[in-house]
Design a protein around this ligand. Sequence first.
Ligand code: ATP
Ligand code: MG
Length: 301
Amino acid sequence: MATVVSFINFKGGVGKTTLCVEIAASLAQKFNEKVLIVDLDPQTNATLSLMTEKDWEDHAAQNGTLRDFFEACYEGKELGLDSIIVKNPVKYHGALTNLDLVPSHIELFGMDLRLATKLGHENLKAKLFLKKALEPLQDKYTYIFVDCPPNLYLTTQNGLFASDHYLIVALAEYLSTLGIAHIQKSVGNIFADANKLLSDIGSGTNGLKQPAIAGIIFNRLRTIYSGTYSQEDIIRRVTADYPGMVFDARVPHSDKIAVRAEQKVPIAVSGYAADRAYEERITQAAHEFYDRLTRPTAGRS
Ligand SMILES: Nc1ncnc2c1ncn2[C@@H]1O[C@H](COP(=O)(O)OP(=O)(O)OP(=O)(O)O)[C@@H](O)[C@H]1O
Ligand SMILES: [Mg+2]
């Protein structure tokens, strides 16, 4: 059974996509895990950090993207994700055979509004499309990572309802950490509302299980092995406020990230003159992630 994890923060630009791709690549290469990334964000950043625009265009024309999946849902038709999946998009020193991708599409922008207009924002069915579609893939992957856009609209909620865990990516900055409590509260409210609805209609099910928090990971620290003084101060505060949740691994800023996206090779697996300090921290984060999700105390919320 795959463990499904959403990478989330309502704040934009904190590194959700970067860490989703890097940790996925690290787990695929160094832990031999079979990983699927679902790019839920119309910005298509995860997609285009793993495949060229030309390959994406060809794939979108021939096999479709997540836009086509949600379009079919909108039309009330069934479309599995299988045909949309890009197998082994990372091709560097031989393909990274354990990492697959459900690509996104810029035209996913607007889908939230269309779904909400047609089906109603509170419509539970509209929040469970992805969960249902991932079910047949559960045995093919050990991890499914969902890269969420920085909002909590219907498509993001599809990611959360499909997830066993969610991982909060944050910068060690005051404004970036303000949202942590809000995320937890919002996830709680979304599931409470959904379960109330199920019980009101007498669905007879056990209700929907809220994903557990897999942790809070700090990204883009300014010095190599720790943060600056003010970054350390913020991390200390968040660690005190959320005991046991903050990753020991802190990911440093790396100037190589932009180049990496252009080359379509995650730094975590590029293995040559990449950024060693960064690569080490990603490996540490992947280890810790692995530990947190497999140890018995995993998933306190
Ligand atoms: N550790 C890092 N070092 C240097 N640059 C980074 C690092 N992490 C992320 N970035 C850069 O910061 C920008 C935002 O990162 P990313 O796209 O991963 O954030 P995001 O949270 O997914 O954003 P969005 O909310 O728009 O989806 C990108 O330009 C990325 O290359
Ligand atoms: Mg992103």
